[in-house]
Design a protein around this ligand. Sequence first.
Ligand SMILES: Cc1cc2nc3c(=O)[nH]c(=O)nc-3n(C[C@H](O)[C@H](O)[C@H](O)COP(=O)(O)O)c2cc1C
Length: 161
Amino acid sequence: MAALFQRLTHGVYAVGVAHGEQRNAFTAAWVMQVSFNPLMLALSINPNHSSYGMLRQGKAFSINVLKKDQLELAAHYAEPASADKLALVEWVPGRSGVPLINDALAWFECEVAGECPAGDHVVVLGRVVDGKLRDAAAEPMTYRDTGSMDGAAALFPAAFD
Ligand SMILES: Cc1cc2nc3c(=O)[nH]c(=O)nc-3n(C[C@H](O)[C@H](O)[C@H](O)COP(=O)(O)O)c2cc1C
């Protein structure tokens, strides 16, 4: 089953969240554009992640596009929240305070426009209010590049009902 679902293609992103003085980021592959007018992105987040509370309270998120050679960052942001998961990199706060990572290939800043339960995840819609392509020559990381980093293979059922 994992081999089947691994044929869906995804990028890899560090999703930034903020509420007041608190900030965090987590690695996500389930991110996509969902509208041209207005420009909107969607992401799917496990509501048990500590980032989810901050995202709901801050009503905003950033999508930092990781470069192919930033596997260490992908692994770092996939760790559970710590005192300061953002200490490893240089970043600046966006309009809503969400972290925009200086060394990302690109970033988008979004205001939460709604959310929808999706099984064990929640799909969050965001209106894009800002964005920057920081390294046009860099190759974006793909989900396939991360191998078994997220341990997702163990989460699939053996067969369809
Ligand atoms: C390659 C990769 C992709 C991931 N994609 C997602 C995702 O799309 N949505 C999600 O909720 N978690 C995803 N995760 C898991 C989170 O990054 C991980 O659970 C993280 O510890 C959550 O951080 P937090 O507790 O600080 O919020 C992914 C992990 C990896 C390694």
